[in-house]
Each structure stands twice: as C-alpha cells, then as structure tokens.
Design a protein around this ligand. Sequence first.
Ligand code: T46
Length: 134
Amino acid sequence: MSLLTWVDFQSHGDDRGQLVALEEGRNVPFAIKRVYYIFKTKPQVSRGFHAHRFLRQVAVCVSGRCRMVLDNGKTREETWLDNPARGLLIEGLVWREMHDFSDDCVLMVLADALYNEQDYIRDYQQFSAEALDA
Ligand code: T46
C-alpha cells in the first residue's frame, strides 16, 4: 500500500483567480489544532528528518514546490508537493524529509495537535526500531 495519501480540495476558480477553503471534518480529515508554514527556505537546505508517534497532518504547498520523502521503515516513497489544491496526509509512524524547496515555496501544514517535542523521533535508528516493533 502506498504511503502517499492525497486529499484533493475543490478550487473555486473564476475570472479573478482561484480560492481553496480548508474545513475540518469536511475536506480535512481531523480537527485542526495547529497550522504552521515553512517559507524562505535557503538554497540546498533540507528539513524534517524525523517521525511522529501520534500526530496527523496534511501538508499543502500553497506556493512553489518541494519534494517530500516518506519512509515507514520498510518502504520509502517520494513526491513533489506543488499543487495548492492538493494536500498530502501524513499519519502513523512515518519518517519524513523535505528537499529541493523552490525559492517561492510556502509549505503549509495542518496538524491535529499542538506542538509537542515529546511526539518527535529525531533519530533514524530509533525510528527504525520502533517501526519494526509496530
Ligand atoms: C513536520 C514537518 C513537515 C514550534 O515552535 N512550533 C511548531 O508548531 C513547529 C512545527 C515547530 N516549532 C519550532 C521547533 C523548532 O525550534 O520551530 C523550529 C523548527 O522546527 P523543526 O526543526 O521541527 O521543523 P521541520 O521543518 O524540520 O519539521 C516541521 C515540523 O516540525 C514537523 O512536525 O512534520 O515540518
């Protein structure tokens, strides 16, 4: 089964341009507790390199693009995030990395919990061991 689960958003286009609405329980499959966004990423910089134990997130590139790598300890898959009308659902024990940010990239992430450093696994060996046990 693929690690890549997409959530498609309706884009309300008219002669002025496009508008996407994100609504919890409608097109976002959880209660939204936190929104953060990553922007002005410096050239050659990659981010992430961690997993979460419980967090559910939807990542949407609202401008530009970046490459997302997901790894569940057995399979590694990657995709470009480059569509403001499409989110990537990231849940379960999954290692994530973000690479190749365009200059104009704004990566917005909706999360189902407040920021909690205790939920992070930032060591790949530890992640791998927990993923094998899961
Ligand atoms: C994820 C990927 C996609 C906060 O204070 N509050 C927050 O909500 C977040 C997300 C971060 N921070 C602080 C913690 C660090 O001092 O901001 C700093 C940078 O965070 P981090 O190094 O974790 O950023 P990324 O880009 O490596 O990872 C982030 C999220 O942390 C993570 O949950 O899934 O984006």
